[in-house]
Design a binder for this molecule. Sequence first.
Ligand SMILES: NC(=O)c1ccc[n+]([C@@H]2O[C@H](COP(=O)([O-])OP(=O)(O)OC[C@H]3O[C@@H](n4cnc5c(N)ncnc54)[C@H](O)[C@@H]3O)[C@@H](O)[C@H]2O)c1
Ligand SMILES: O=P(O)(O)OC[C@@H](O)[C@@H](O)[C@H](O)[C@H](O)CO
Length: 521
Amino acid sequence: MSAPPDARRREPARLSAARLGAIRAGVGAPPFDPRALRTGVVHLGIGAFHRAHQAVLTQDAMAASGDDRWGVLGVTQRSRGVVDQLVPQDGLYGLLTKGARASSLRVVGVHTGVAYPGDETGRVVASIAAPATHVVTLTVTEKGYRIAPDGGLDVSDPDVAADLAALDAGARTATGLPSTTPTRPTPRLVPGPDGPPARTAVGLLLRGLAARRRADAGPLTVVSCDNLAGNGPVLAALVAQALEHARDDDLRAWVDTSVRFPATMVDRIVPATTPAHHTEAEALLGLRDAGLVVAEPFTQWVVEDAFAGPRPPWELAGATLVADVAPFERAKLRILNAVHSTLAYRGALRGLPTIADAVADPDLLAAARALVDEDVLPTLDPPPGVDLRAYRDQVLDRMANPATGHTTRQVASDGSAKLPQRLLGTVRDRLAAGAVPHAAAATLAAWIAYVRTVACDGLVLDGRAVTLDDPRADALAAAAAGPVDGLADRFLALTDVVGDLGESHELRDAVGAALRDLGVR
Ligand SMILES: NC(=O)c1ccc[n+]([C@@H]2O[C@H](COP(=O)([O-])OP(=O)(O)OC[C@H]3O[C@@H](n4cnc5c(N)ncnc54)[C@H](O)[C@@H]3O)[C@@H](O)[C@H]2O)c1
Ligand SMILES: O=P(O)(O)OC[C@@H](O)[C@@H](O)[C@H](O)[C@H](O)CO
């Protein structure tokens, strides 16, 4: 039976540029007319993190400088979901900042467009090739880089192979000359002027670089903002390897001289947006906002000052430009992200739905501190001006903020792609120093126990079943199944995840002992 008309809730109007004037007092509005911005940045992976981090710093930097050249074309990678969220809103969305005691809302308006390569590869490529574009940034998750077990580009991945073939065909079309040796198979022809849709972030970037070189549009800076150790150099190497594979020596030489890949350390806890966040934000804004993102108050961006050309004045918004990002990045990944994963796996195993719940558990807090104190700190050189013990405490304090609602299930996802970045470097360094990393082994064991529980027994958090969300889910589930005897060995034999670490019998023994401590029998 339908409700009587007066009891029906009237849906508020949707956020858009035309309704900027209707934004309520107390909600921060963009400090300029977003419609007047020019596009100077192309961002691949316009997920929640980019919208709550780089986009906000870009807005603040443009406001502080009056320089309106740095509008962003946002590119969504896997589906057109964000296009449907943001295009009807003229790129505008709210950022709900959740401190432990107070929340605030501001509207962000830096996106001059949103594109999905499945529909608009040509538009993205043209934008990367435009002379007014000076920077391409990325947040496509760890697995989005398609890194092979040996650390290079996974050319056996069909999506990567398709993108390389399209690049090859594009080069042939552009030059009118064969770009391949006669002995190589003929690449498939490009259907239409833009070629087939790019399937991977690196493939899309390569297509953009090739077009930029052809257009003679000048140098470009490509900035990875993902939680990857050495994100800039890693991306540079993937691009170089792809060009070697495609045998495009001319493009390779141009990239060598004209494209820079600075490294960055990015930090802000940005959980997935929930229906409760939407309700809270709508009450503050008075408008409906399908693109809402949520974040903690803390934000940090340390960027290697190695740009090929102009860049947004991000330092005016609080970014730190440094000569060497590595110590900042290593400390953040090994402390914050490794602690996050520890709390996520151990917390989920105890039925705790959020990271804040996990920090509040004294056993789990002790495990997190032990990981940092016993195994991580001995592997780190403090970044200039940073006290790493104070940093550890600050990180734990941020994670204790219950208001963000960051879930253990979200942080626990993609362990096979995340742990090599945030934990295994610590393990490797400790073993090389002759130490057995018991606390880090306990985090590995917690991951294994989590995978086994989810894959074999089933796990319910907050009333919802957890699924094994991981690019290597099948291999992990196979390793998890079977007798407990040999469980640690089976996981440490997954060389595409752990490399050669399984050769250490001390580590295998330590992980086995930690599994028993966790009650995995
Ligand atoms: N959320 C955070 O707290 C946070 C903080 C620091 C850094 N980061 C970095 O940002 C990344 C994205 O986080 P988010 O919160 O925006 O997540 P999200 O799920 O909101 O967005 C993920 C983005 O990555 C793209 N993507 C996902 N899988 C991909 C694949 N296989 N290939 C290409 N693109 C793919 C998606 O299309 C989307 O644009 C993280 O993986 C991490 O590296 C996140
Ligand atoms: O974003 P993910 O899912 O790859 O990793 C989960 C978290 O550890 C991570 O996003 C942190 O919240 C972030 O790195 C804080 O800066």
